[in-house]
Unconditional design. Structure first.
Length: 64
């Protein structure tokens, strides 16, 4: 059995979904649901992907 991850949740308590992406933390709904049972490596991958999505969203907003 793989050990569950120990990463702190990236949740910032500003939950608002837009096209299945949380506008607060940047995670997708499937990543939010997966979080509690994800391995440490998977949690790090989720954090990285969420950060990339947040940065891309911020850049799009700046270019409007």
């Amino acid at each position: 059995m793989t050990e569950r991850g120990q990463q702190a949740s990236p949740c910032v308590r500003k939950c608002c979904l837009d096209a299945d992406e949380c506008l607060g933390c940047g995670r997708l709904m499937k990543e939010i649901l997966e979080w509690a049972n994800a391995t440490d490596a998977r949690q790090r991958d989720i954090i990285t992907a969420a950060g990339e999505r947040r940065r891309a969203r911020e850049l799009r907003a700046q270019n409007r």
